[in-house]
Design a protein around this ligand. Sequence first.
Ligand SMILES: Nc1ncnc2c1ncn2[C@@H]1O[C@H](COP(=O)(O)OP(=O)(O)OP(=O)(O)O)[C@@H](O)[C@H]1O
Length: 375
Amino acid sequence: MLAIDVRDLRKQFQVQKNRVGVGGALKDLFKREYNDITAVKDISFQIPKGEICGYIGENGAGKSTTIKMLTGILVPTSGHLQVNGFVPYKEREKFVRGIGVVFGQRSQLWWDIGVIESFQLLRKVYRVPEAEFRNRLNELVERLDLGELLNRPVRKLSLGQRMRCELVASLLHNPSILFLDEPTIGLDIVVKTEIREFLKKINREHGTTILLTTHDLQDIEALCSRVIMLDDGRIIYDGSLDELKARWSKGRELQFQFGELPPLDVLKQLTQGLDGVTWTVDNELTATMWLPHEVNVSDALARVVGSRADIRDIKIMETNTDEIVREIYSSGSASSEAADKLSQSSSSTEQAVSETESGQATVAAASDEEKGQQS
Ligand SMILES: Nc1ncnc2c1ncn2[C@@H]1O[C@H](COP(=O)(O)OP(=O)(O)OP(=O)(O)O)[C@@H](O)[C@H]1O
């Protein structure tokens, strides 16, 4: 069963052109000119229930615009979209009861009142029965260790404390899908780890589907079985992180710790004839061998282990995901080679369509002014 079904989704914005100088400003007054910006270009993907999927891309790639369409804040310019069986910008009241949203840079809590009062207001917004609300709140408060924070005004919370409260707020109505836009931004490693563990548990125990945008690839490594990568509004990769690493990493590293480090020349001689293998000395006891995928690890390893070198430890180094992703971003979809290599969801011809925006505030992700209206 699909939680999210997106087909040929497009979002185009019209942005007013500003002409230069006083003359230009006067002309702008009488005849406005517009540029079209296509933030999301005919993307398609399906997310089954219970999956945790990472949605990544460089600044301006179109991640937030997609999330805003998926949560009903923006109306797509064209394409088909179903989330939890609903078209998000239609049937909004029923739709928002099934989703939770956390925008890392935007709060859904009321700044000047106590955390518990914000939770109570959200209970009313989502019409959660009091007994159910109490049970759920107790469970979430215990898991995220929020007991002491409940009576504090939100403005007095640290960023890490606020993010934990935001997560509770997004889950009070027991949504089956959780949208997280940069949930760990600016947090220290302890809080990040705590939040990742919490999300894993929620997913495991309640089967909550999670779509997560982040610039922190550790979030993806810790949580996501699947990653969708966007570049300039198009999907350039949709698959597992392991496959991404396997396809894009150029080689592997083996680090050797020696009782006594052999000279670099000797190490190089050991792997002579293995094309592309290089050695670097890391410190007085360790050296690292880099080998391209074409060279068999066991062949290279046998050469060193079979020598008289005094080896104390061997580590096969993990492929560095950050580097791989940085490299893919820098080649980008502009390079057709990179796009061809990675693309599973193709883009299609651009059409000129005017912008449509719902103008309605989503209850789950309302801005502060919007919340003022709701309350
Ligand atoms: N309301 C808007 N009006 C005009 N252009 C917009 C609007 N919202 C987004 N854009 C443009 O659409 C493109 C995609 O923006 P979006 O915020 O979706 O990117 P993003 O991947 O979320 O970036 P970031 O990681 O910086 O948040 C950008 O060029 C942005 O300037």
